[in-house]
Design a protein around this ligand. Structure first.
Ligand code: NAD
Length: 491
């Protein structure tokens, strides 16, 4: 079945104080679809004046919103989830038009998961309680949780609506007002959501500011009038944002890049059964859903005695991937998110070849017919090399899988941990000892064992090392959006 891009207005505004507003200096930027490079719409090229106006609106709203009951906020979050659910197809088409990823992903995974994140935080906030203990017969120790106030949230383009949900749901549930800056490449779904939920929230509680990082993101992250900065994006951008926030001593959470190892032990080939098929899918599918996933298993580590047979099957499966029109629901791999991203990935493939990596399959741009010929497509590519190469160490953020071998458990762990990142990892084995001991030894915030690429709302997610700090999802996320007050009451 084939879908299409939804109809966009010619231009949109920032969403500030409960309504759409033109940018103060009247500047807009054009947003093109990576599917076919056609213009979708124009969005505000905001600057510090627009940011200031959103910060004022949020500060004006924070007292009232912060004093709503958890039950009221939960009920509104459920209504936001209903809005996304009721408009699932439109959101999915919007995300595919904006980002280029396949409609089967946006429709079956990204948008339903966003719904679930709003429902999850609507539920856990009601189960939360402060606590009171008696210190002695005359003194009570009372702990209450208070919202931080106004939260700046800056997100990337790879999961536009889902990254919004990960950040906005817990922040609103905890009683904060939000100023969200979506990535300039994917402004559509945050805009559409703002329009659809405007009637549900008091003005100023949820604000969306469009524009570029240095012009709109920087004044937002630097402002002394926000109380926290939550960021998801590249490690180098995270470092800048920490510098901005440090001047105000504002807390930050950082969800940054990754170069995740996916480790396959010999025992997977003990039998030719369904589990082995699952291993092959596990090596291929999540590396090649455009590869634009922070936890993409972009380093494939195979135990040397099964390398020849396993890689043969991995290559066969990779070459069977259907790539093409992202709006066709049988397409597995769509377009890369932007022309810049497309260029960067091709440069990395060249770097790999220049470093001496062997191209096992793919290795260049994919040429598609018709309108799609103007879009940004890359062949699923596998490069064989060693872990010191740049294509093994640096985040390419594209459909490029770097493969190497290892001798034994110790070497597998050494290679897995040998990058500056520590976001995700995969371990595949039939051996009960390895099933627990290898993930324990890998320095990453999320290790999938005999599976990959699930992101349930109730499982904490975040990085080790230069992949960031702080966690998203799970009820522990609430503590990143509030502060606890202890009262010692003597009576
Ligand atoms: P990016 O860092 O270029 O941009 C992210 C956001 O930061 C955008 O909204 C951008 O406009 C803004 N920004 C850029 N420069 C800024 C500045 N100087 N000041 C303030 N804001 C600024 O990242 P990207 O290319 O949009 O996204 C890809 C990256 O995101 C990858 O590294 C990926 O691994 C990472 N990511 C991490 C997670 C996670 O949970 N750890 C999830 C998704 C993506």
């Amino acid at each position: 079945m084939s879908y299409s891009a939804p109809k966009f207005e010619e231009k949109y505004g920032n969403f500030i104080n409960g309504k759409f507003q033109d940018p103060i200096d009247g500047q807009y930027f054009e947003n093109h679809s990576p599917v076919n490079n056609k213009l979708l719409a124009k969005y505000p090229r905001s600057n510090e004046k627009d940011v200031k106006s959103a910060i004022e609106a949020a500060n004006n709203a924070k007292h009232e919103w912060g004093n709503t009951s958890a039950a009221e906020r939960a009920s509104i979050l459920h209504k936001i989830a209903d809005v996304i659910q009721d408009n699932l197809e439109t959101f999915a088409q919007m995300e595919t038009a904006d980002n280029g990823k396949s409609i089967r992903e946006t429709m079956k995974a990204d948008v339903p998961l966003a719904v679930d994140h709003f429902r999850y935080f609507a539920s856990v906030i009601r189960a939360e309680e402060g606590s009171a203990t008696e210190l002695n017969e005359n003194t009570l120790s009372l702990i209450i949780n208070e919202p931080l106030g106004v939260v700046a949230q800056i997100i990337p383009w790879n999961f536009p609506l889902l990254m919004l949900a990960w950040k906005v749901a817990p922040a609103l549930a905890s009683g904060n007002c939000v100023i969200l800056k979506p990535a300039e490449q994917t402004p559509a779904s945050a805009t559409f959501l703002a329009e659809k939920i405007a009637h549900l929230l008091p003005p100023g509680v949820f604000n969306v500011i469009h524009g570029f990082g240095p012009e709109a993101g920087k004044p937002l992250a630097s402002s002394p009038h926000v109380d926290k900065v939550a960021f998801t994006g590249e490690t180098t951008t995270g470092q800048l944002i920490m510098q901005y926030a440090s001047k105000n001593l504002h807390p930050v959470t950082m969800e940054l890049g990754g170069k995740s190892p996916n480790v396959f032990f010999s025992s997977i080939m003990d039998k030719d059964d369904e589990f082995l098929d699952k291993c092959i899918e596990g090596a291929v599918l999540f590396a090649f859903n455009q590869g634009e996933v922070c936890t993409a298993p972009s380093r494939l580590l195979i135990q040397e005695d099964i390398y020849d047979e396993f890689i043969k099957r991995v290559i066969e499966r990779t070459e069977a991937i259907k790539m093409g029109d992202p709006f066709d629901d049988s397409t597995m791999m769509g377009a890369q998110a932007s022309s810049d991203q497309h260029k960067k990935i091709l440069e990395y493939i060249k770097i790999g070849k220049d470093e001496g990596a062997e191209v096992l399959t793919g290795g260049g741009a994919a040429e598609l017919d018709g309108d799609l010929g103007d879009g940004f497509y890359i062949q699923p590519t596998i490069l064989k090399g060693h872990n010191k190469m740049r294509v093994f160490q640096e985040e390419i953020f594209g459909p490029v899988l770097a493969v190497c071998t290892f001798k034994d458990e110790a070497e597998a762990i050494e290679i897995a941990n040998d990058t500056m990142y520590g976001l995700g990892a995969g371990v595949w084995t039939r051996d009960a000892h390895q099933l627990y001991q290898i993930p324990r030894a890998i320095k990453a915030g999320r290790v999938w064992v005999n599976c990959y690429h699930d992101y349930p709302a109730h499982a904490p997610f975040g990085g080790y090392k230069k992949s960031g700090f702080g966690r998203e999802n799970h009820l522990m996320m609430l503590n990143h959006y509030r502060q606890s007050k202890n009262m010692l009451i003597s009576y």
